[in-house]
Write a protein that binds this ligand. Structure first.
Ligand SMILES: [Zn+2]
Length: 266
C-alpha cells in the first residue's frame, strides 16, 4: 500500500511533470475508481492547467486553473505514471489524463481500491474525509488535542486519519517502537512526556523515510521495519536491547514490537 513517503514521491513527480501543463482530454477506463460523475471531472479539469499539487496524509490534492481541485487516493495498489502514446497507456490505467503536448499522465490502480474525486477546494474535500492535518507538518498543540483522553489503544488512535493524516501501519509500529510504548496502551494512560515522545518520533521517522525517498531498505538498521515479517523459524532481535520482536494484532492490524523495549504494563 502506498504510504505517506510513497505518496510524497508521487506528489513530487506530479509537480515536476504536470505543473503548468494543459489537460486536453480525460479518458476513464474504469469508472469504479470515481467518487464523482465523469462529467464533473471533464467539466472541472479538461481545458484547464495543472497547478502544484499538495499532499495531506496519503491523499494528493491537485488544483486546476478552473478553481476545481482533483483529489487522488491510491488505495492498496495505486500509482501515477507518465506515458507517451495517447492510445497506449500503461497496464491497469483506470483514468488517463491526456496532455496538450504529450507526456500524458496515467492513474494506475490494478486492484481498483484507489479513488478520484473533485471538489471546489482542498478544505471541503479534506473535511468530507475527516482528514486531520498532515502528520509531517501538524503542530504539537493540534496533535495533542486530537489525541485527547480516549480509552482507545494508542496504535489504533495513531492509525486514525482524523488524529494525524498519513500514519500507516508500519509507521505507527515504528513510532511506538522508537518511543518505547506498548501498542495496546490506552491513550488516556499515557503521560504528557510519552505523548510528546510519540509526536517527536512521528516527525523524525517521516523525515527519515522522506530522506531515503521511500526506499525502506535504506532506513537505519535499528529501525523496527527491518524486523517486520519475521517468522518463528527465524526470530528477529531488537538492535537496541537484543529483545525478541513480537507479533500481535491490534484492531485487526498486524503489529510488531520489541517485547523488552516496549514492555507491556503490569
Ligand atoms: Zn528492544
Amino acid at each position: 500500500m502506498p504510504e505517506l513517503p510513497e505518496v510524497e514521491m508521487f506528489r513530487r513527480a506530479l509537480e515536476e511533470g504536470a505543473t503548468g501543463r494543459k489537460l486536453r482530454q480525460l479518458k476513464v477506463y474504469d469508472a469504479k475508481v470515481l467518487r464523482c460523475q465523469e462529467t464533473q471531472l471533464v467539466e472541472g479539469l479538461v481545458g484547464h492547467f495543472f497547478h502544484p499539487p499538495q499532499r495531506i496524509g496519503k491523499y494528493l490534492f491537485v488544483p486546476f486553473s478552473s478553481g476545481q481541485v482533483l483529489l487522488i487516493h491510491f488505495g492498496l495498489t495505486g500509482s501515477l505514471a507518465f506515458f507517451d502514446e495517447a492510445e497506449d497507456p500503461p497496464r491497469f490505467t483506470r483514468v488517463a489524463f491526456l496532455m496538450e503536448s504529450g507526456n500524458h499522465l496515467a492513474y494506475v490502480c490494478p486492484r481498483k481500491f484507489g479513488r478520484l474525486d473533485i471538489g471546489p477546494d482542498v478544505q471541503s474535500l479534506q473535511k468530507a474525509r475527516q482528514l486531520a492535518e498532515d502528520a509531517y507538518t501538524i503542530s504539537w498543540e493540534d496533535f495533542e488535542h486530537h489525541l485527547g483522553q480516549t480509552r482507545r489503544m494508542v496504535k489504533t488512535v495513531l492509525l486514525d486519519q482524523s488524529v494525524a493524516a498519513g500514519v500507516g501501519n508500519w509507521i505507527a509500529d515504528e513510532i511506538l517502537f522508537q518511543a518505547k510504548i506498548y501498542p495496546e496502551r490506552r491513550v488516556a494512560d499515557l503521560s504528557a512526556e510519552e505523548k510528546r515522545r510519540i509526536f517527536e518520533k512521528m516527525k523524525e521517522i517521516i523525515q527519515t523515510a522522506l530522506a531515503v525517498e521511500g526506499d525502506y531498505e535504506a532506513l537505519p538498521a535499528q529501525f523496527l521495519i527491518h524486523r517486520r515479517g519475521w517468522t518463528q523459524a527465524s526470530p528477529a532481535f531488537c538492535e537496541n536491547c537484543t529483545g525478541e520482536t513480537e507479533y500481535i494484532k491490534v484492531g485487526g492490524r498486524a503489529t510488531y514490537f520489541c517485547g523488552v523495549c516496549q514492555k507491556k504494563p503490569g
